[in-house]
Design a protein. Structure first.
Length: 505
């Protein structure tokens, strides 16, 4: 009953005019960026992060959450209309979505994707309301050793789900950790690695690095690829028929349940669940030969699984501070920029904010359903915006965002330098997410490790002697094994379907 009361209070807060406007803007911006080919939710959050800097924390997180699930909604548009999966989790959608578009049924496919995403989002959010407080309550028993192991799990799992070699991921993680060491030491309070330069004494501003690695590097990639615009298929009716709805009811339900429960597990990405959902629908279908040729269930299942996984991923993020996907790793960084540390204490110290954000997701999903059905044609037109116009706008927002945090040109220079680095990382296939994850969690991991050794008087066996930390270590090994198996299986499918090695997201 307490949970219902908290949620009702959060809903009351969200329905105030200012917060409702923030939800609308976040959902709209996320969808707009999500429909642009090649961007996806990770880049969407990074590009639009500066816009939230002027908001107070609760409104800022509401907008970022709206941008995240709005981008997840919008990603289906390019997959269906252009056969361009903006991210690897959209690959299954192209298999039947694009053939449907070629048959003049792109509108019906987009409509089913929107409806499936809405239902999956609501189911996932109900699960979030039920499970997140329970998990956070249990996590209150955690001490520094348990938190150290939890962060170790996050590193191990995400290192193996970036679509790159483990060695490259580890090296990028080490680089991110080294960058996090610059500035005031977490245990000593003394500046370190500043080389006598006062600008470095305060460390690197996290938002500047994120803007550089994602937003500015995206502009550089666009210039190199000489992006222009892509002609989309003509959209006819945007509404699926009653037969389509009956045909997709169970695929949506199966995809939602599958995506949510697997999405709770750290390391099981939306890419994996969308492929598993597609395979499941093909296996249970009475006419599996239709798949790949325009079976609308092949759109409904993966899109539902994709969005349910996104909602389920908020459970370990908010309860334990564990991001289960690259977009949530960037969202974790955004939370910490606002001075909020996800974990069990978040539900105790900032319960009003947490439940307002969760309630905003319910409202946001309704807004997205209302937006996505009638505005399908508009989103398709947005893909025709020349990159010569879009690129400078992204660059301007990025530079203003980097400067506005501390009113410092040093932060702008940092953003530009990391933008160049991000471009090089992409060009030579070095993963960025392990870098970001270690940059964000590095200081917390260092602090937990030092506190653990202080508790045990320097005995590292404390991580094996405590029952919870030992259990978490065993769980880490099991999850890592499952993630590696599913990742390899999914990567083979992506190569088979696209002929390309796409980055997991």
């Amino acid at each position: 009953m307490d949970t219902v009361v908290y949620l009702f209070n959060g809903l009351t807060e969200v329905l105030t005019p200012n917060n409702l406007l923030i939800v609308l803007i976040g959902s709209l911006l996320g969808t707009m960026v999500g429909v642009l080919p090649g961007l996806g939710p990770t880049s969407a959050i990074a590009i639009l992060l500066p816009l939230t800097a002027v908001l107070e924390p609760t409104q800022g997180i509401i907008m970022l959450a709206g941008i995240y699930y709005g981008a997840m909604y919008g990603g289906s548009s390019t997959a269906i209309l252009m056969n361009i999966p903006g991210e690897s989790s959209s690959v299954p959608t192209t298999l039947d979505g694009y053939p449907l578009a070629r048959q003049g049924r792109g509108g019906a496919a987009l409509g089913i994707a929107a409806i499936g995403s809405f239902i999956a989002g609501i189911i996932g959010l109900i699960g979030l309301v039920v499970f997140a407080p329970m998990l956070a309550d249990q996590a209150l028993k955690f001490g520094p050793p348990e938190y150290f192991i939890l962060m170790l799990i996050a590193f191990l799992v995400l290192f193996n789900l970036t679509g790159f070699s483990f060695v490259k991921s580890m090296l990028m993680g080490v680089l991110g950790f080294l960058v996090s060491l610059v500035g005031i030491g977490v245990s000593t309070g003394i500046p370190r690695f500043d080389f006598g330069w006062s600008a470095l004494a305060g460390g690197f501003e996290m938002i500047s690095i994120i803007i550089g690695l994602f937003a500015i590097s995206e502009v550089l990639k666009g210039l190199e690829e000489n992006r222009t615009t892509i002609k989309q298929e003509e959209i006819k009716s945007i509404y699926p028929t009653r037969a389509d709805l009956r045909q997709c009811a169970f695929p949506i339900l199966r995809g939602s349940i599958l995506g949510f429960f697997l999405g709770i597990l750290p390391g099981i990405s939306a890419t994996i669940t969308s492929f598993l959902s597609y395979d499941l629908e093909r296996k249970v279908s009475k006419r599996p030969e239709r798949f790949g040729k325009g079976a609308i269930e092949g759109v409904a299942g993966p899109e539902s699984a994709n969005n349910a996984t996104s909602s389920g991923g908020f459970i370990p993020l908010l309860s334990l501070g564990l991001p289960s996907s690259p977009p949530l790793a960037v969202l974790l960084a955004a939370l910490m920029i606002y001075g909020l540390t996800p974990g069990p204490v978040l539900f105790e110290q900032n319960s009003q904010m947490v439940w307002t954000v969760i309630a905003s997701m319910f409202v946001g999903n309704i807004i997205l359903l209302i937006l996505n059905l009638p505005l399908v044609g508009l989103w398709a037109k947005l893909t025709e915006v020349p990159f010569g116009i879009l690129g400078p706008i992204i660059l301007m927002i990025s530079i203003l965002g980097a400067y506005s945090v501390r009113n410092s040109m040093f932060d702008v220079i940092v953003a530009i330098l990391f933008g160049a680095l991000g471009y090089l990382f992409h060009k030579f296939h070095w993963p960025i997410i392990p870098f970001i994850l270690c940059l964000v969690l590095g200081p917390k991991m260092e602090s937990s490790f030092i506190q653990s050794l202080e508790i045990s008087s320097g005995n590292v066996m404390i991580f094996l002697e405590r029952p919870i930390s030992l259990t978490l270590l065993v769980l880490a090994v099991v999850l890592l094994s499952i993630s590696l198996f599913l990742m390899k299986r999914t990567r083979k499918r992506i190569v088979q379907e696209t002929g390309d090695h796409m980055e997991f997201s």
